[in-house]
Design a protein around this ligand. Structure first.
Ligand code: ZN
Length: 116
């Protein structure tokens, strides 16, 4: 079953509300700019990329935490706000892919929010 790109793209735009989305080419470029209130994310061609987009939007909903706590909150926001129509794509492969994305975005050592 092919992932519905246009529906996922429309849902990200809806969830970003008044915050503009800048479509970037690679997952490494994905970010949430708190100062400019802009979301940078890739085109949601897969469920994992759609979740990354929701995650970046989630960051803008949690501007007052940092590090690991902030990452966890942004992923929780993404999980809660993903569209129920995309449920068939929420399988073990999705969580494995997201785990590797999460591992590359952990806070640097010495980050005050990182657990000892
Ligand atoms: Zn993040």
């Amino acid at each position: 079953m092919r992932f519905p790109l246009q529906k996922a793209r429309a849902h990200l735009i809806e969830k970003a509300n008044t915050w503009p989305i800048v479509w970037v080419d690679t997952v490494d470029e994905c970010a949430a700019d708190y100062d400019e209130r802009v979301v940078y994310t890739v085109r949601p061609t897969t469920m994992a990329k759609y979740m990354v987009g929701l995650h970046e939007i989630g960051h803008l909903h949690h501007p007052h935490t940092a590090g690991l706590v902030n990452e966890a909150q942004a992923w929780a926001w993404a999980a809660i706000n993903s569209h129920p129509d995309f449920e068939p794509w929420r399988d073990y492969r999705l969580w494995r892919t997201l785990s590797s994305y999460f591992a590359t975005h952990l806070p640097w050592p010495g980050d005050p929010a990182e657990p000892a």
